[in-house]
Design a protein around this ligand. Structure first.
Ligand code: 6LW
Length: 504
């Protein structure tokens, strides 16, 4: 491992930073594809492509039109879309996923091009549970394995099931939440990989093997094969994993983990992120290597990678795939067509805690970052927000006459600052960075500053808040921070939005 590469941020874990949990990966030739959970956001199920397992580019979202995903008003944060499995079989891509909200259940979509379009969903009403997996045996039978861990044979073309679900394995003795199963034929065995211990600090990965996809399964004597529970490793909650083999024969694990910050008990603010770890095989069992923050150079040349430009000028008709909205994104409320080169948001609900608020954001992907936007609030009220869920957010908003900073933490909503607007349009900004020293056991993970840019380019902070209140340990649930634009009243126009990582 060279120092040059150690210092290279481009070789960093998490390989997909920010709220990108429950990774599922497959390889076709030299190309890897990976999908994640998306919960209450639309479009759903972000899809990434990579040539080297380290650099991932989002090429689309699997559920990107209302005929595939309707999340009605009232779907709460951490409802919606959970834990996909992505596979390539018989010349096409298959993605099976659970919608936990009303009218939900497990559903299957397919595509020949993973960038889309994906099919309309095939409902699987007889497949119970969450975290469905797909595996095909030598006879072409398709086995759907789900959290618990159970299994049912399905016809992936019709959704028909054969026989009742069978219980397969429940992981290590006493471990809670056996979930996230993935079933693979590797060499002479069928392997059943699962997560267990819950998706919090106790999370881990265990494996069992058998001679048939239906079991019986013999647990690995070294289970859990991965866990960071009880350690001081900077990456915690490691679990919910999927395996993939590189063209050179090496094996890799994609998994979720979090990076808690601050004092005790540690708060993670970016949600569950996607990490890469090497895998070797000993006596027919996988051995997971270190989840390193600075990755060793992979044994193949790194693929050229084009990072997303920090500034989005909204000059393209379509929004980048990294933009996500709450529950839906009807063109009447979110469009780049109305004022050329601007994103127009038209309010339908009120503030950010209202179920039909119009919000378009992107995941906060760096521990320190800055987001700014040029906003024209002449016909409305709205601005920028950093959001963990509908009860945990900080916002800076402008109207034609004033700028206000507000925060909601649980049931408390507070106005923190206000000042008159001097000129329109104006630049609003949110900066996230390290908490001020000295630190003690109660220091939060970060601080969030909200303010306005003066005409001379200086940034005036109107309020600075402890970031812990926008963490999963405070808010609960499965999501992470999203930073974006919203309309609370009337119509807001945004000329550009810029997101830049900062030195931590
Ligand atoms: C997912 C489960 C889990 O369905 O969290 O970490 C749940 N694992 O497998 C939501 O992401």
């Amino acid at each position: 491992m060279s120092h040059q590469h150690r210092a290279d941020d481009a070789l960093a874990n998490p390989v997909i930073p920010g709220f990108h949990p429950d990774p599922s990966v497959c390889r076709v030739g030299d190309d890897y594809y990976l999908a994640c959970s998306s919960f209450e956001y639309f479009p759903g199920v972000p899809l990434f492509h990579s040539r080297d397992l380290v650099h991932w580019t989002q090429i689309g979202n699997v559920l990107d039109r209302p005929s595939q995903l309707r999340l009605p008003v009232g779907v709460p944060s951490s409802g919606g879309i959970y834990a996909p499995t992505l596979r390539h079989h018989d010349g096409r891509f298959w993605l099976i996923v659970t919608k936990v909200s009303e009218g939900g259940g497990n559903l299957l979509v397919t595509a020949t091009d993973p960038a889309g379009p994906w099919s309309d969903p095939l409902p699987l009403p007889d497949v119970p549970g969450i975290d469905p997996d797909l595996a095909w045996d030598e006879d072409g039978a398709c086995w759907c394995t789900f959290a618990g861990v159970g299994q049912i044979r399905i016809d992936p073309y019709t959704g028909e099931t054969y026989g009742p679900p069978r219980r397969l394995w429940s992981g290590g003795p006493g471990a809670k939440a056996p979930e996230a199963p993935h079933l693979y034929r590797i060499g002479d065995h069928w392997y059943l990989l699962i997560a267990e211990g819950g998706t919090e600090r106790g999370h881990g990965v265990s494996i069992a093997r058998g001679s048939a996809p239906t079991g019986p399964f013999e647990p690995c004597p070294a289970n859990p094969i991965l866990t960071h529970r009880g350690t001081d490793h900077p990456v915690q909650n490691t679990g919910h994993a999927d395996l993939v083999q590189a063209p050179d024969g090496s094996w890799w694990m994609l998994l979720l983990g979090v990076r808690p910050g601050g004092g005790t008990p540690g708060w993670h603010v970016l949600g569950r992120e996607t990490f890469l770890a090497p895998v070797t095989w000993v006596d027919g069992w996988p051995v997971v290597g270190e989840v390193e923050l600075h990755l060793p150079t992979p044994p193949w040349p790194l693929a050229p990678h084009r990072a997303e430009a920090p500034r989005d000028d909204f000059d393209l008709g379509e929004l980048r795939p990294s933009w996500i909205s709450l529950r839906d994104r009807p063109a009447e409320h979110c469009t780049t067509e109305e004022r050329s080169g601007w994103l127009t948001l038209r309010a339908r609900g009120g503030s950010l805690d209202e179920p039909d608020v119009v919000f378009v954001g992107r995941r906060q992907q760096h521990l320190a970052c800055r987001a700014r936007a040029l906003v024209d609030p002449a016909e409305g009220r709205g601005g920028l927000a950093v959001r963990l869920d509908e009860q945990h957010y900080y916002e800076i908003e402008a109207s034609a006459t004033e700028v206000r900073v507000l925060a909601r933490v649980g049931p408390l909503r507070t106005l923190l600052a206000e000042r008159p607007v001097s000129a329109l349009p104006l630049v609003l900004g949110i900066a996230v960075g390290a908490p001020p020293a000295p630190h003690d056991a109660r220091t939060g993970p970060d601080v969030v500053s909200l303010g306005v840019e003066e005409p001379d380019g200086t940034f005036t902070v109107l309020a600075t808040l402890d970031g812990r209140y926008l963490s999963t340990e405070v808010a609960g649930g499965f999501t992470g921070r999203v930073i974006g634009m919203y309309a609370a009243e009337g119509t807001l126009h945004f000329d550009w939005f810029e997101y830049e990582p900062q030195a931590p």
